[in-house]
Design a protein around this ligand. Sequence first.
Ligand code: SF4
Length: 463
Amino acid sequence: MALSFTSSSAVHGSSLYSSFEQPKAALFGSSQPLDRLNLPSTAVKFSRRRCAVKPLNAEPKRKDSIVPSAATTVAPEVVEKVEVEDCEKLGKELENASPLEIMDKALERFGNDIAIAFSGAEDVALIEYARLTGRPFRVFSLDTGRLNPETYKFFDEVEQHYGIRIEYMFPDAVEVQALVRSKGLFSFYEDGHQECCRVRKVRPLRRALKGLRAWITGQRKDQSPGTRSEVPAVQVDPVFEGMDGGVGSLVKWNPVANVKGDDVWKFLRTMNVPVNSLHAKGYISIGCEPCTRPVLPGQHEREGRWWWEDSKAKECGLHKGNIKEETLNGSGNGAVHSNGSSTHADLFVTENVVNLSQPGIENLQRLENRREPWVVVLYAPWCQFCQAMEGSYVELAEKLAGSGVKVGKFRADGEEKAFAQQELQLGSFPTILFFPKHSSHPIKYPSEKRDVDSLLAFVSALR
Ligand code: SF4
């Protein structure tokens, strides 16, 4: 969907806030929701009209105390309660709405009880859309303590550009201490990113959301093959609770759900919005420094995140509701193949690719003197990256036919996954192994460039 916005809403620069007093940032996501009874009398007076909501993020003097003050918080007197059905209806109404319309509706409905979640990447577009609505808005961010220096610099640039204060949320120091002391600084490479993300991201986010009734995210359908393909424009948050507590107490807005990554970039360029300098170094999706890397042209952006794990489970917990139960419990998308059922067609089906069973690949691994070298892909039919390389792998097999190098495949999800992880260096799908003629030790293809020439160069170098 193309991005669009209406010029009538476009209010530029500092004039956006000119009718407001210069407020201080409010305490965001304290463990106690904001206590409106403690508002000063001036605030109560302002709260009688929705349009008098102060922008909590309007720039305080930069030398002011960075300790935010809840006393400046002014909330609208009447906050519309959005019921589940209401939310679904709204979602349908906004199905084809522009990001600006969705943002405007979100800010109009929730006033001071909604905030934009800003990760320090291209979701800066959300801040720009919020600015364009001409309404006051709040922005928060999770400082995990592991972000790139470029991201911290970018936060500062954004604050200056928009004249706002980002409301940072930090992890609990005792929890981080316990994790790092018991497991070290890089445990996520060993046992997955969920535990660290829980401590550094999910719990701080939960605290933040307990002070809100709605939040705005930069999730897009095209971001993740397995987890974000059905993101609606607005939904009752399926995971987190808002300040009223209980399921359904928080609404999640996704104004750019239908927007393609390219269109977000066109928008950022057109509007001359500052961007994280990491993007110029090949980063697309940006998170913590140890868990984010640049991607090559043509690679999916999520390949730059938690690349040692399965592509289908690449959510840090912030948007866990996107992961369908079948994926979470490990039985999804063909992982049931051991009993013969799968909803995905098999891959690399050609006479030039030998289909190896577990005993077959175990034998191959044991042989010290093979008659010929082998190249074998460990794959899962539901994996988008395996699907994407099907053409080049089949072509590789054709080119190697009769050359003395055998080409094979081993389906390594489901019950075979643990074996493949322990014995065959399986990190994420697809993993490509070369079994040399005179050694039992397979060599793992180190690159994510999976075009036929790159694969052929790898095989030629080792055969
Ligand atoms: Fe920890 Fe990596 Fe998650 Fe950041 S992205 S919280 S470093 S596991």
